[in-house]
Design a protein around this ligand. Structure first.
Ligand code: ADP
Ligand code: ASP
Ligand code: MG
Length: 447
């Protein structure tokens, strides 16, 4: 079996959905589990539209029309019967949910997950309908929720519970179809509350399903030809990377390369499943193959790619008594842990420790907890730029080239660190200098 995940842009227009169906049909012999995202194109940014409608409802203006008009238009273009396919039912439910939110005047993380789940649930039905009706594929649709995919109750960033996997696998194998279409991004808690894996989470769903069915390969179909040397939106001459190791891809994803959700590689690594990143619009392009080990002849240079994470905050904790005080670090990290602050970079001195994290509402409560025993300063407006490659480990001089490139480009480095794995070097720069920094580094390492 294989898992094929199609991102939002891949299912963003009628034409792209037909292309997706062609790709699925071509793989029918490998029993694909097809994981879809919500529609995403300039005319139908479904997840964003749903979230915006929910916020407006909370503020007293419930209005589901933007979402429903865009969704119905797409159904019309594809000849999908909105009533028979179940899309209408979901749109009605969504409309009622907005009324509820506006009546209560409150929008919790838990409700937001229900709101956003509608995107994938509609998209899955649409793709399955077109596969069956227009392409003659004997496919079936089940949402990941109805398949029994369970997570913890960390709404907005839930993590799967592997104990459910055997039962989900059984459900899937009991379905008599040549292809199973299911939803990315969403799941449910043990007691049935809908959860999401975090924005961009369908990539993670892809490898989770890959692990569940014991897939021989996970394919991630997107709008670029694989993982590239940098985000092509930041660097015009970024190019596709033929092969990456699991560790390189994990590092790139964790440090912000949006093409893969940060947690995507975890199930792939645990189950040794190769991941192929491909372009839906250019399937003939080989894309990027991600595996445990890669062929040495494909190993081009020590640095493989650059990742950028915007919206980074720096938290500096100072105490006069750090070195004498036993357990200081563990108290700090306990606070981060309790308040779900993911730390990306750490620098310490005798009296202070600085960490970086994605800017979020979790920071303030964590900072408050630490203020019980130390001084805390939170600064915002930074980006983290990471240089990643497994052969950096054995190649001297990479850090020197990084700092020289930054000096030449007059980019101010606030913090720099070589990851413990020695396969990445990360820098903190001002948001306003990030494009510049990445262009300089790209020139230095990729010409
Ligand atoms: P999908 O909807 O298919 O999940 P995303 O928009 O989430 O697509 O991810 C694909 C985008 O990721 C690309 O269009 C590109 O702008 C961005 N991106 C960031 N870093 C990289 C990188 N190193 N390689 C390729 N794409 C990247
Ligand atoms: N639709 C979700 C999002 O926009 C999940 C995904 O696209 O992967 O974040
Ligand atoms: Mg994505």
């Amino acid at each position: 079996m294989i898992a094929m995940k199609f991102g939002g842009t891949s299912v963003g227009t009628a034409e792209n959905i037909r292309q997706v169906c062609r790709l699925v049909k071509a793989e029918i012999g490998r029993k694909p589990v097809v994981i879809v995202s919500a529609h995403n194109s300039p005319s139908i940014r479904m997840t964003d539209t749903l979230a915006a409608a929910a916020r407006a409802a909370r503020d007293g203006k419930p209005d589901s029309r933007r979402a429903s008009e865009a969704q119905r238009r797409l159904c019309d273009e594809l000849g999908v019967d909105a009533a028979a396919s179940g899309v209408d039912f979901l749109l009605n439910q969504f409309d009622k949910l907005l009324s509820g939110i506006s009546m209560i005047g409150e929008l919790t993380a838990r409700t937001m997950d229900v709101v956003m789940s509608f995107g994938e649930r509609m998209s899955g039905r649409v793709v399955n309908d077109v596969l069956r009706r227009e392409f003659g594929v004997n496919s079936a649709y089940r949402s990941s929720i109805s398949l029994g995919l369970k997570t913890d109750a960390n709404f907005g960033a839930a993590r799967p519970d592997p104990r459910c996997y055997p039962a989900v696998a059984k459900q899937i194998s009991d379905i008599a179809a040549d292809a199973l279409v299911t939803t990315g991004f969403i799941a449910a808690t043990a007691d049935g509350q809908i959860t999401t894996l975090g924005r961009g989470g369908s990539d993670y769903s892809a490898t989770i399903f890959g692990a569940i069915v014991g897939a021989e390969e996970v394919q991630i179909w997107t709008d670029v030809s694989g993982v590239m040397t940098a985000d092509p939106r930041l660097v015009a001459n970024a190019r596709s990377i033929p092969e990456l190791t699991f560790m390189e891809a994990a590092e790139l994803a964790w440090y912000g390369a949006k093409v893969l959700h940060p947690a995507t590689m975890i199930p792939a690594i645990e189950n040794d499943i190769p991941v192929l990143v491909k372009n839906t619009a250019a399937p003939e392009h080989p894309g990027t193959a991600i595996r445990k080990r890669i062929s040495p002849e494909k190993e081009a240079g020590a640095v493989k790619s650059l990742a950028v994470m915007k919206g980074v905050a720096m938290i500096t904790i100072t105490t006069g008594r750090m070195f004498g005080a036993h357990g200081f670090m563990s108290k700090v990290f306990d606070a981060f842990n309790r308040h779900a602050v993911d730390v990306h970079m750490i620098a310490t001195s005798e009296v202070s420790i600085s960490v970086t994290t994605q800017d979020s509402a979790h920071i303030e409560p964590a900072a408050e907890a630490i203020r019980d025993f130390a001084d805390v300063k939170v600064e915002r407006g930074f980006s983290l730029v990471s240089v990643v490659g497994e052969s950096m480990r054995g190649t001297p001089g990479v850090a020197a080239r990084v700092t020289r490139a930054m000096a030449d480009g007059q980019v101010n480095i606030h913090m720099i660190s070589q990851g413990a794995s020695e396969i990445n070097i990360s820098l903190v720069v001002d948001d306003s200098q990030v494009k510049w920094a990445v262009e300089e580094l790209h020139r230095e390492f990729f010409g």
